[in-house]
Design a binder for this molecule. Structure first.
Ligand code: G6P
Length: 609
């Protein structure tokens, strides 16, 4: 999974491509490249590493000036991140192509093309696409016809952008499974993996659908399907502000996104609650009809979004709603005994995570009754493939380690719990209380953010550690999982989460004074049991760091550091207790000097299975 961008402009294309690549870097960043059509030939620069390395390579070579070009930032799937495997790939010196996705039948096509005498230089699946396009052009087709013919031969999920030295003012893009938008500029046109890449040059977009091919010639944009029929797609105007995708006063997007959680949570709630009730219509026109039928919930998600689902299971079941939660990649690879009238709830920040999309497709094919997406990106594939939708409105999340998407997912799930709970055992009084607690959230988030300086000090203790253990009980076990995930992503310290009650069944053997043990201690009915687990660790010489509700009477003592968090209602405690763990991971990463926003080997939006 990668980021792609392309443009046909009136002036030099290079600045727009480079700026766009930086905005897409969250999608992958192990190598990057640019190809520009200049003087009827293809000029290309590629480099291993991040966009900054590509910028440097361009400066030393000074070759890339023209008005048509494509660019790519890569997250390696087929072939390691070397310069040879970096995109754009070129065929016969005339055609350049960038791709985000995977061609599943690449081996078969490669063999066929090699038997016809075509040469391959990289280990990528993308090279078969550019060679196919080139072969079609050699047989007399123009660029659009060649792309149409080529895509009809490909299996997999991809989005591509192609240019040809023989048609210097033309750019052809195609979408099949991976996202692609077309930016409509003033006499200039663009393609990109997402809208944020093009915000400085346009706010108007066509969002391509699967099977669409876009033909950009100077400033004329035509969208056709595989058989060449013209398709009309509505123009969407992006409401994203440029500041939303810029750092402002923060050193990293992760820090910015942690600190804007009070605002993003307010945005998730805006227009969704009135007085003491939530407005069911926020889930879509058919929500009431669908919710009346629902007897159970099946949540599917990946990564951090999966952890949000694990928290929500406690909430659903507390109100009498049976709920299962499964990781997307596991869900789509097994056969299901489908419960009657079950609502599939998919959670995804990006709405483009391939495993979550495949899980949703698999659920609907298996006979699940209805689907609802909770998502942050409008017009994403997940949103378009779901019957009901609740957008989180968190604003762009750029840091690869998800933060505000997690807390806003939880808030959105809370709204769903209330909407469905009314049909189970939730009373109006319960609903009024839960709504009141939601209204309090932004204030409580701000209070939680205030302990950052204490966390910065604690973070120093992690710098030379190789392992950390996170403990949580009940609804806070998923919070421990999320805390451990954040720490390993950002600091590369091996971090593992355990349900605190399970400690005695194995992990206690690991406890010594070298491995920090982190826990959250809200003031809930499991507190006494958790205190017992804390003592089990201390008795074995373990060193604990506990984020505790200030009402818990937990106090710092030998081998136990307690950081107090302002009192919080137990129903929303998981949202609040996540925040210190996010800050802990951030500060450990910062002290260790890792690339906090772009940790090695990861990507923000994983569009491959
Ligand atoms: C990637 C990201 C994670 C994210 C996961 C699911 O692994 O690095 O931060 O939680 O994908 O992404 P989604 O967009 O579906 O929530």
């Amino acid at each position: 999974m990668c980021g792609i961008i392309g443009a046909v402009r009136k002036s030099d294309v290079l600045p727009v491509l480079l700026d766009g690549l930086k905005r897409l870097e969250y999608r992958g960043y192990d190598s990057a490249g640019i190809a520009v059509i200049a003087n009827k030939s293809v000029s290309r620069v590629r480099s291993v590493g991040k966009i900054a390395a590509l910028e440097q390579a361009i400066q030393t070579r000074q070759v890339l000036h023209g008005t048509t070009g494509i660019a790519h930032t890569r997250w390696a799937t087929h072939g390691p991140p070397t310069e040879i495997n970096a995109h754009p790939h070129i065929s016969e010196g005339r055609i350049a192509l960038v791709c985000n996705g995977i061609v599943e039948n690449h081996e078969e096509i490669r063999q066929k093309l090699m038997s016809e005498g075509m040469r391959f230089v990289s280990q990528t699946d993308t090279e078969v696409i550019v060679n196919l396009v080139s072969r079609e052009i050699r047989q007399g087709k123009d660029l659009l016809e060649a792309v149409k013919e080529t895509t009809s031969m490909l299996e997999g999920a991809y989005a591509i952008g192609v240019v040809s030295a023989d048609e210097p003012d033309r750019l052809v893009g195609a979408r099949h499974g991976s996202p692609l938008v077309v930016g409509i500029g003033d006499g200039e046109s663009y393609i990109a993996s997402d809208m944020s890449a093009l915000l400085p040059v346009t706010r108007d977009f066509f969002v391509l659908e699967n099977g669409d091919i876009v033909d950009i010639q100077e400033n004329r944009i035509t969208i056709v399907d595989q058989s060449g029929r013209t398709q009309s797609r509505p123009v969407k105007t992006s409401s994203l502000s440029l500041e939303a995708v810029e750092l402002g006063n923060h050193r990293h997007f992760m820090s910015k996104e942690i600190h804007e959680q009070d605002q993003s949570v307010s945005n998730t709630l805006e227009g969704r609650i009135t007085g003491t009730r939530i407005l069911e219509a926020c889930f879509g026109n058919r929500a009431t009809q669908v919710f009346d039928r629902i007897r159970s919930v099946q949540i599917i998600a990946c990564g951090t979004s999966f952890h949000a689902g694990l928290v929500a299971r406690h909430w659903f079941e507390e109100h009498g709603i049976p709920c299962q939660v499964e990781i997307g990649s596991e869900f789509h690879s097994r056969i299901h005994a489908v419960p009657e009238d079950s609502l599939v709830v998919s959670l995804s920040q990006s709405g483009e995570t391939r495993d979550t999309l495949s899980a949703l497709e698999h659920a609907m094919e298996s006979g699940y009754a209805h689907s609802l997406a909770i998502c942050n990106v409008p017009d994403s594939s997940l949103v378009r493939n779901s019957e009901l939708v609740l957008m989180t409105h968190a604003g762009p999340e750029i840091g690869v380690a998800s933060t505000k998407a997690f807390t806003t997912h939880l808030v959105a799930l809370r709204l769903l719990v209330i909407a469905l709970g009314r049909r189970f055992r939730m009373t109006e009084t319960d609903e009024a209380r839960l709504v009141r607690e939601l209204r309090e959230l932004p204030k409580q988030i701000r209070a939680a953010l205030e302990i950052e300086s204490q966390i910065r000090n604690i973070a120093r203790q992690f710098v030379d550690k190789h392992h950390a253990l996170f403990l949580g009980r009940g609804i806070h076990y998923p919070i421990a999982l999320e805390g451990a995930l954040k720490l390993k992503e950002i600091s590369y310290i091996h971090a593992e989460a355990y349900p605190a009650g399970e400690l005695k069944h194995g992990p206690l053997a690991l406890v010594d004074n070298e491995m920090p043990v982190v826990s959250v201690a809200p003031n809930d009915r499991l507190l006494n049991k958790l205190k017992g687990n804390i003592e089990e660790v201390r008795a074995r010489g373990g060193k604990l760091i506990v984020f505790a509700d200030s009402r818990t009477r937990l106090r710092s003592q030998e081998n136990l550091q307690v950081i107090h968090v302002a009192p919080v209602d137990s129903s929303i405690a998981p949202i609040i207790f996540t925040i210190p763990l996010q800050m802990l991971a951030y500060h450990v990463g910062l002290i260790k000097g890792t690339d906090v926003d772009r940790p090695r080997n990861l990507a923000k939006s994983v569009t491959v299975e």
